[in-house]
Design a protein around this ligand. Structure first.
Ligand SMILES: NC(=O)c1ccc[n+]([C@@H]2O[C@H](COP(=O)([O-])OP(=O)(O)OC[C@H]3O[C@@H](n4cnc5c(N)ncnc54)[C@H](OP(=O)(O)O)[C@@H]3O)[C@@H](O)[C@H]2O)c1
Length: 275
């Protein structure tokens, strides 16, 4: 079997790529965009480039595709071009594992079940590009494919397989190392998921025949403030340096308040015990 990871040099993609390469007898290929690539053997590819995408895909012809590509402000382009190129090449036998986000529930009135309706943000909102592109990507996938898994995740944290930390924990450690205060908001509620737990679920999805939409993460939901305070403790820092951030917001930049996810459904098909 051949498994292809698009975005294999990214935070999540690296973990999945290295994990599959070390633990599987299958053929694992991966792509990156910006040098340097985070792992050996990756193929440099811009998924938005139709010709190079098509050449690469026809050459590799994978049985499973894992899509961990992300490009914050250019997410619409990634969906309209990159993901569409992929969808035109996929056959019904090829399974797509797509990593989506809790931001598809941008009205922020969670917690959310898998079958709750998604929502978009006004076009001029700061987060509209990312959030709305994820909603659109999910629609494309659901309308065009049947052999797919969409895994929706809240903020992803922790050290990945190649020793990289998420940006928030990095910021936390940076401040606390030098005994400086750092603030996180207490009015934003999320389902935080460890990068290695997510990578394990992705690996399971490669080898099982589960399809559909699943929320990943623990049962517990937390605010950024509560989560980062407990993270500070876990890392051996003085958690009193973690303080509550301002909840004041400007019009058009309001952050969705509660995008937490109900994760019961994934526990029925996965052995992962989310930390
Ligand atoms: N991080 C989170 O907290 C979080 C939360 C919820 C959902 N997610 C989802 O999880 C997935 C992975 O996120 P991540 O945090 O691992 O993102 P990331 O670290 O930013 O990695 C994204 C990857 O996409 C690649 N990429 C971007 N534009 C590309 C293009 N035009 N052609 C080819 N490759 C391109 C980047 O390549 P280079 O690095 O080589 O340039 C990178 O490897 C995404 O779908 C994201 O929406 C993330």
């Amino acid at each position: 079997m051949k498994i292809c990871i698009f975005g294999a040099s990214g935070y999540v993609g690296s973990s999945v790529y290295v994990r599959l390469r070390s633990g599987s007898a299958d053929e694992i290929v991966g792509t990156y965009l910006d040098d340097p690539a985070m792992s050996e053997g990756l193929y440099k590819l811009d998924v938005n480039e139709p010709e190079s995408f098509s050449n690469f895909y026809k050459e590799e012809n994978p049985d499973v595709v894992i899509w961990t590509v992300m490009s914050g402000p250019n997410e619409h382009k990634l969906t309209d071009q990159g993901l569409m190129h992929l969808i035109t090449h996929l056959t019904p036998e090829t399974k797509l594992i797509y990593i989506s986000s809790d931001f598809v529930f941008s009205d922020g009135k969670g917690p959310y079940h898998e079958d709750d309706p998604t929502s978009t943000l006004p076009d001029d909102h700061t987060f509209s590009n990312y959030a709305n592109a994820k909603v659109k990507a999910e629609h494309f996938i659901e309308n065009e494919l049947s052999n797919f898994v969409i895994l929706r995740a809240g903020p992803i944290y922790g050290e990945n397989r190649i020793g990289k930390l998420d940006e928030r924990t990095d910021r936390l450690s940076y401040h606390l190392r030098s005994d400086r205060k750092v603030d996180f908001r207490d009015d934003l509620t999320r389902s935080f998921v460890h990068v290695e737990d997510l990578a394990t679920v992705i690996e399971e999805m490669v080898y099982n025949d589960v399809t559909g939409i699943y929320h990943v993460g623990p049962e517990e939901k937390q605010s950024f403030y509560v989560f980062m305070k407990s993270m500070a403790k876990q890392l051996g820092y003085n958690d009193e340096l973690v303080i509550k951030g301002s909840e004041e917001e400007k019009v058009d930049t309001e952050i969705p308040k509660d995008t937490s996810l109900i994760t019961k459904k994934i526990s029925e098909v996965s052995k992962v015990k989310f930390r």
